[in-house]
Write a protein that binds this ligand. Sequence first.
Ligand code: ARG
Length: 484
Amino acid sequence: MLTGLLAGLLAVGLAGSLWASPVKTWKVGTDPTFPPFEYRDKTTNQITGFDIDLIEAIGRQAGRRIELVALPFDGVIPALQSGTIDAAISAMTITADRARAIDFSRPYFQAGQAIVVRENGPAINGLEDLKGRRIAVQIGTTGALKASEVPDARVSSFDSTPLALQELANGNADAVVSDIPAILYAIDQANLTGLRISGEHLSSEYYGIATRQGSPVLASVNEALATLFSNGEYAALYRRWFGAEPPVLPEVAPGLEANRSAQKGLDLQLLLVNLLKGAAITLLLTVLSFSFGLAGGIGLAMLLQAPWPLAHRLCRVYIEFFRGTPMLVQLFLIYFGLPALLQSLQLPFTIDRMPAAVTALSLNVAAYLSETLRSGIESIDRGQWEAADALGFSPLERMRFVIAPQAIRRVIPPLANEFITLIKDTSLAAVIGFDELFRQGQLMVATTYRAFEIYIAVALVYLVMTTTASLLFKRLERRLRLPA
Ligand code: ARG
């Protein structure tokens, strides 16, 4: 019976894989947050854009089906390296550094970098004026690279260009450095008002389709591109998306061949310094949020013991909301949502990263801890409550002298759990541009393309932090234990 079942499964599996591949497929990675090159259509939610039309045309030429794989931009090169995708089209600039990790097709688009500022913001007319200012960028992009060259600038990196532009619109950054066509499109089409391009264009760049080093896919892509250039299909596509005639593109991106040398080694000392910097921020975030969260949790747990039904109900709503919605959503809500809402009501409001992250994390921790503390309090035998009453203790004295001292001992293990969870959850603050431990790792990967080594190192640093925390809590627990 079992063998029959297995044979059946095998047959179905075989048939499935035969049916699934009449035409060979290329898995093509893209970060669909970069209109007009790749983005999700507002109504259909399908990935579309100039790049997408182009790769579909290339697929038709090469006789391949295109399967799009949505990835964050800084994940594209690691995905190529690991072979998860066969190619990537993501408005990716051909650079010598990247060409050491992956291969590029011939250029298919000419773009460049520019600075975006707020219309009513500080006067900025070029890279010079960005000194010492706050710049928002998308992680791993050539815009991020340009920004990192500005002396004393405070650069914060976001997972997508729209988030960096939102940061600028909210007044938390003075400028964004990004690709000109994408900026023009965003200013024109998106719901971002009051932004303008400032000064001259910073650079000229060419986009290429990326493949894994030495991949046979590259030759077919180049061949198909050449056909599309000569048969007019490329020009038609260009006109449709940009309403202009395409420029003449070089066959090789300038400056690429000269710089092509062996892969750079990983600078271990730099890695260590950056990870320690990140760990310090992670620790600070954790300690601050845990302290506020604990204070809030104690307050909530007390209110839940008090004889006020309305307070009970409000506490329950609060706890359900913060336990029942993802921390990530809460972070976005407080950092991006609140300022946008208040500013649309003509109320000038901005919130810095640190208070925003600590607020979001503390509110969340308070919700969890209140439940932990409540169950600790309620686990103390009813007889003791009555005994305290009989001795004439007030409710507060009863809590202070009888219940709390015992409850604290019981809640240390769940508190330790919450603390350790929080250490790890602070990594979510990376999405609002915090350079905590995880983001420091991401930033290193974005310039060195050594995903495995760096993320393992990041994981180890977290592990050191969580095990240290757990040892400290164990020690506290032992200290509070009653003599047997
Ligand atoms: N051209 C820039 C770069 O290669 C930005 C590309 C961003 N692309 C995207 N799909 N988010 O770094």
